[in-house]
Design a protein around this ligand. Sequence first.
Ligand code: N01
Length: 487
Amino acid sequence: MADPRVVIVGAGMSGLCMAVKLLDAGVRDLVLYEKAPSLGGTWRDNTYPGLTCDVPSRFYQYSFALNPGWTHRYSPGPEIRDYLERVADARGVRRHIVFGTEVTAAEHSGGRWRVTTTRGTDEADFLISATGVLHHPRHPDIPGLDTFAGPAFHSARWDHGARLEGRRVAVVGTGSTGVQITTALAGRASRLLLFQRTAQWVFPVGNHRYTDLTRRAHRRLPVLDRLFYRLHETLLSALLARALVAPGRRRDLIDRICRRHLETVADPELRRRLTPPDRPMCKRLIGSRGFYEAVQRDDVDVVTAPIDHVEPRGVVTADGVLHEIDVLVLATGFDAHAYLRPIRLTAPGGRTLEDAWRDGPRAYRTVALPGFPNFFMLMGPHSPIGNYSLIAIAEAQADYVCGWVRRYRAGLCRSVAPTQEATDRYNRALRDALPRTVWTSGCRSWYLGKDGLPELWPWTPRSHARMLAVPHLEEFTEVDALAPERG
Ligand code: N01
């Protein structure tokens, strides 16, 4: 039985998940390269005020490490980060992580992946990308941004040295992040200006604290954790996940709830400005009960005039108004299409990832790429990342990858990749299903790729898990034998 060397890129939520599953499967020659000095990925990078997961804590956790101690129905960010740290320690992952080391390139030659990092080189039989989806902050191209006299920073690079109490703070962007920051800072800042380019729908969800009694009950009766995990999975799958991918009653219900919630904004003019141009769920549905209350405060303004430029004293809008501020927060999102990049990935025969994805990121069943042997992705293209637990998705994908590692150890495969034909067939089915999704209803969203088509899973997350539960061995081929020799 050959024991493969496995390299995982990234020690965030999905990298840790992959590592636990591989260790459980008996793989010992395992390394996770993490470019940061600590683990946690998005939950390490994001530390902004109000950071809360928008998926219920009972479901936003590993099914193999259920936590009875969650303090809230929706977990605060730092709690999730602590949880990931604890899982890494408890499951023996930490000693496999090499921190402060970025993978810059990987080339498959001689039957193995030659991995280049900022600290040297390595070799691997399996290369697994767990680099996350929303990782590279999107810095807006606003003229004069660097001339601002006060602290100015992206939401994912929060400057904790910047004083906020009693200061005039501007927040640019009204996605999930901008909404959470605005809700948290209203009343703390002396004046809060929310620069909104496009309004987004907000679904009313409150966040209550679990009582000590509840937490004690969950500690004593682990079956409760399992029960609530399944319950939340079922609710999210049955309501939200289906509403995203199929027209009908569920989608209409979510529409109605969002519209009713907007009616709680008393001033018709403000309500008009907060009315999105597209349907709920075109972008990731925002969950908040406090946001509309926050923007109705006297010390909070929603500015809808487009930003023209920034000058040392503040933000100047296209109507010529200078909005004087002390702190500028850019909640402008992430480059969602940068999958894996800037890593340079080269398949046998010299084909690069850039070649493969010239027309946009396309994968085999979200996890693999034709021509790239023993290379797997977590959260790869078209993963079901809309309003669902990404942890559950990562688990399904990690289980699938483990299947191939097991087959390798059993001597049943050596350097496998999906065939181009199977990949094309899968992508055709995917495209055929897209018109039923809400994202083709006239949305403007980073969910859409450069061809205007959604880059999301057009079926339910459960169908994704069901698909990955079957290995589809007949759709894979040994690659080395087929790769053309380089001249
Ligand atoms: O980013 P976004 P986010 N001038 O891309 C605006 C996840 N998340 O960080 O809509 C002015 O959603 C942009 O305007 P427009 C969640 O999956 C999860 O908020 O493009 N405005 C938009 O309003 C979410 O989907 C949790 O017109 C500019 C905003 O910035 C994802 O992270 C919590 C601009 C960006 O919104 C990203 O959310 C928080 C410009 N030049 C976030 N450029 C969880 O709980 C951009 N904007 C799991």
